[in-house]
Design a protein around this ligand. Sequence first.
Ligand SMILES: [Zn+2]
Length: 306
Amino acid sequence: MGFRWIDGHCDAPSNGGILKAGGHFSLPRARALGSGLQVLSLFARPSAENKPFVEALRQLEGLERELALCPAPLIRSKKELALLLQGCDFGLMLSLEGADALEGDPERLRFFHGRGARLFGLSWNNDNPFCGGIGDDREGLSDLGREAVPLWEGLGGLVDVSHASNAGFWQALALCKKPVVATHSSVAALCAQPRNLGDEQLRALAEKGGVAGINFFPTFLREDAAEACAADVVRHILHALNVGGEDLPALGSDFDGIPSTPEGLRRIEDLPALARALEKNGLPARQLEKILYGNWARVLGETLPD
Ligand SMILES: [Zn+2]
């Protein structure tokens, strides 16, 4: 069967695309490595030269052009996910990182959903009209955010709180009817960064049936970031497991979005080495499979449209 994984966050669409030769992730290299699923984010910076909606559209159209050259299944439903995993194929899923690209109009979620997006990050680090971001950490969910969340869940989308402000995190969890995910955040108890999740947040995500995709960014892994290595990612995964249970930890590499990577975990080809490091720590095969793909597969299988 080869190596199988599901990763909850990669910024390739805003950073060179999925067919580039270098970078942390590329579609041909992922396919050569094994089977599973990569979530790709559309990330329109608020400071983009274009309006954020046009910028997200530019990334989406770029991705669609690349998929015309190098086809891969874009997973949008429970059925497509089940077929992908049964067939040991490699597929992609789209996410919208931050509500900036909606430009104040919740109905634009229908547009992104129609083009395949299935995860919606309420904010990036900045506040936006829908939700406060953790970089500013002033606002929670606004009225627009309270309108957008049920609309998105009704479409069969997952809410991602990775960059949400503290108030936004807790308000989103209270409002959501379905599991909530943090696609690419690490553990605050091991590295006190605002982008990382506190133990209470880990427990709350677990109680909600969600997952925490552990981010590989050295700055989120340890204070002396330059020393970060694959063993640090293992520590963060194990902490999330100990606090939230074996159904919580998952992969959220942030590949092609992070400016540096830990030693031994530089690109997708290094994921099997991470799996071996987890195994060496005595994780039983069942837990290892959950971390590598099973937890993502479960939460997506419960939440996606039929
Ligand atoms: Zn991010």
